[in-house]
Design a protein around this ligand. Structure first.
Ligand code: ASP
Length: 331
């Protein structure tokens, strides 16, 4: 579709003007959910809704025409990498994709992260980074002068996933305040769990953490929960939470983070969400998962209208469009 058709539907100047304000996000790195409060969350969510409307009506726009994004992935990715690429392309920008494995880049020759980002910033206006070590995005941001967006730093954080998770909850259930959110599975190594938990603390929520003993939520995140004073409980048994949960946020056991694979084998099939289990759940609730799933949610659950994980995937693109537009604002 031609961009001419955009003019009557969208006031791109107004959109750009808003982006220029960008609630303080212009030129910023996105390293942690700690950078977000209710105010800039609602700013990003409003922009994400505009992006959704634009994509559904006309497919693409020229908002980021001439901008280049470097996607640098030291760990596997399907959704995060492709949605950042799609987000950039739907806004008219282009991408340097180092997403098929850094073994094909100079990283395999021993180049440091610092030098790699200082190279990429010569070509690109922003860098998306996924890396197996906690703190890697912060390190990259210390060296780069362009915005760095953390696409997952080991078991640390995954802020853009948490934004899309929270956005999905808001869009599916119409609110966040007052909800009972149960997180199930690998709460220890799951970075999406750390980030989403911290974001949810801006709201009046009840939290239930469901995991085997060895995969309990780390103390650092639990301390945030306790400090926030929200209603919280831990359990091993998903049956304890299923009746009351508004959100069942299921996660994969993160095999790649285990040093002892025998331990992984013990817990890998700890939870399986089945249609029988969901019969006990509320009619209006959502089952979410950051994906990939490796058996935690049975395939026949997908037909249930409460299964929101593929809608969650789509929201990822709108949120990343909104974020890219914000950090690349015409400041
Ligand atoms: N895709 C998510 C992440 O990168 C969840 C997962 O891998 O289990 O953290």
């Amino acid at each position: 579709m031609s961009n001419q058709e955009l003019t009557p539907l969208f006031n791109l100047d107004a959109m750009t003007q808003k982006v220029a304000n960008s609630n303080g996000l212009t030129g910023q790195d996105i390293l942690s959910v700690d950078q977000f409060d209710r105010d800039n969350l609602s700013f990003i969510f409003d922009r994400a809704r505009e992006m959704r409307e634009m994509v559904q009506r006309v497919g693409s726009a020229d908002l980021l025409k001439g901008y280049v994004l470097a996607c640098l992935f030291y760990e596997p990715s399907t959704r995060t990498s492709s949605s950042f690429i799609a987000a950039m392309e739907r806004l008219g920008g282009s991408v340097i994709p180092i997403t098929q494995g850094v073994q094909f880049s100079s990283v395999s020759k021993g180049e440091t992260l610092a030098d790699t980002v200082r190279t990429l910033e010569q070509y690109a206006d922003a860098i998306v980074l996924r890396h197996p070590e906690i703190g890697s995005a912060k390190l990259a941001a210390d060296y780069a002068s362009v915005p760095v967006l953390n696409a997952g730093d080991g078991p640390g954080e995954h802020p853009t996933q948490a934004l899309l998770d929270l956005f999905t909850i808001r869009e599916e259930l119409g609110r966040v305040d007052g909800l009972k959110v149960a997180m199930v599975g690998d709460l220890r190594y799951g970075r999406t769990v750390q980030s989403l938990t911290k974001l949810l603390l801006h709201f009046d929520v009840s939290l239930r953490f469901v995991s085997p003993e060895i995969l309990r939520l780390p103390l650092t995140t639990m301390n945030h929960v306790i400090d926030a004073g929200v209603d919280v409980r831990e359990t091993h048994d998903v049956a304890d939470v299923i009746k009351n949960a508004d959100v069942l946020y299921v996660t994969r056991v993160q095999k790649e983070r285990f040093s002892d694979l025998a331990q992984y084998e013990e817990v890998k099939n700890y939870y399986e969400i089945t249609t029988e289990l969901l019969e006990k759940a509320k009619d209006k609730m959502v089952v979410m998962h950051p994906l990939p799933r490796v058996g935690e949610i049975h395939y026949n659950v997908d037909k249930d209208p409460r299964a929101a994980y593929f809608r969650q995937v789509q929201n990822g693109m709108y949120i990343r469009m909104a974020l890219l537009a914000a950090v690349l604002g015409r400041a």
